[in-house]
Ligand binder design. Structure first.
Ligand SMILES: CC(C)(COP(=O)(O)OP(=O)(O)OC[C@H]1O[C@@H](n2cnc3c(N)ncnc32)[C@H](O)[C@@H]1OP(=O)(O)O)[C@@H](O)C(=O)NCCC(=O)NCCS
Length: 295
């Protein structure tokens, strides 16, 4: 829904967009930062049959988003400052992360001179598959599946067994081969949020035991498999009542800042060229034509 709506914004703001005008580029960037959380919250409310909520100008970015997500007509919404701080932190930590699949996609589409709304819609499309941005959802599923702290040891054994097909979700990173610095910050915030909101989540206990056991285990230590940012972020989202299906959307809201910054940077780069990845053909040098009825 978010991807489709963003694509349609390209039509909504079509006429007045001159990409050579810095003021218009700035305006497009601001619109994207403002519209993505509004559209995301509208998608959520639509999905559960609630009427949409307009953004409140007197609230800051995260509180406005929480308001659009959870406000109901029958009573005022109590906005918890710790919840807002945690969400702010998650948004900041996820804002940008060099050339991941979605950011590269935004830049590749942007390199053609495409409308910025279409570029960001393409970034959202790159998040569609489970391999990018879906890990925190997978972490929660895994923790639920493990279920009890006393079953952590057998989960560790299964993760080490190559034939089991089971990996510890939220552990390891293609780029960070040491502790993900973002994970240390989120770990602390996870504890604060759960203490403040009074969420007594057995999954947190499973998560803590799992982390402790893996950090001591030779298999994980020798392969430098440390908890990554996704290990904790799902627990915070869960405590904030963000439904699991929205986790990747939350990632898209945060990453919009990075995508937009990349897009803006690209527009003023005098050496920018259209993206053109090369390929090396490794197929057959020659293949004879065989008529259809002879195949
Ligand atoms: C993120 C990930 C894809 C990085 O992969 P990578 O850097 O290419 O690492 P590799 O897949 O080459 O794995 C290196 C070794 O560690 C093992 N390994 C890597 N991640 C593991 C995990 N989460 N659980 C168990 N074993 C793991 C591999 O089996 C491999 O073992 P081997 O050397 O004996 O063959 C990988 O660690 C993973 O699948 N993690 C779980 C999913 C996840 O959290 N993804 C979110 C990333 S933001």
């Amino acid at each position: 829904m978010l991807c489709g709506m963003l694509g349609s914004l390209a039509a909504f703001y079509h006429d007045d967009l001159n990409l050579d005008d810095p003021e218009q580029r700035r305006m497009a960037a601001i619109r994207l930062l403002a519209k993505v959380p509004t559209i995301a919250a509208a998608c959520y409310r639509h999905s559960i049959g609630w009427p949409g909520r307009y953004p409140r100008n007197n609230l800051n970015y995260v509180n406005r988003f929480l308001h659009m997500m959870f406000e109901v007509p029958s009573e005022p919404l109590e906005l918890n400052p710790v919840a807002a701080k945690a969400l702010d932190l998650l948004f900041i930590l996820h804002a940008d992360h060099e050339q991941n699949a979605s950011t590269s996609t935004v830049r590749l589409v942007g390199s053609t001179g495409a409308n910025p709304y279409a570029c960001v819609a393409a970034g959202v499309a790159a998040l569609w598959g489970p391999a990018h941005g879906g890990a925190n959802e997978a972490v929660l599923k895994m923790l639920e599946e493990i279920g009890r702290p006393e079953d952590v040891a057998s989960a560790i054994d299964r993760a080490k067994d190559k034939n089991s097909g089971f990996r510890l979700m939220g552990f390891g990173h293609r780029v960070y081969k040491n502790y993900d610095p973002r994970a240390a910050i989120i770990r602390e915030m996870t504890h604060k949020v759960l203490a403040e909101l009074g969420v007594n989540d057995p999954m947190l206990e499973v998560a803590m035991r799992l982390e402790e056991a893996a950090l001591k285990d030779e298999y994980f230590v020798s392969r430098k498999l440390y908890p990554n940012v996704d290990f904790y972020s799902g627990l915070i989202y869960k405590a904030l009542n963000i439904p699991t299906e929205m986790f990747t959307v939350m990632f898209a809201i945060a990453r919009t800042a990075g995508w937009v910054a990349h897009w803006l940077e690209q527009q003023i780069d005098p050496e920018a060229k259209i993206g053109r990845p090369r390929q090396i053909y490794t197929g057959a040098a020659a293949r004879d034509y065989v008529a259809l009825d002879k195949r």
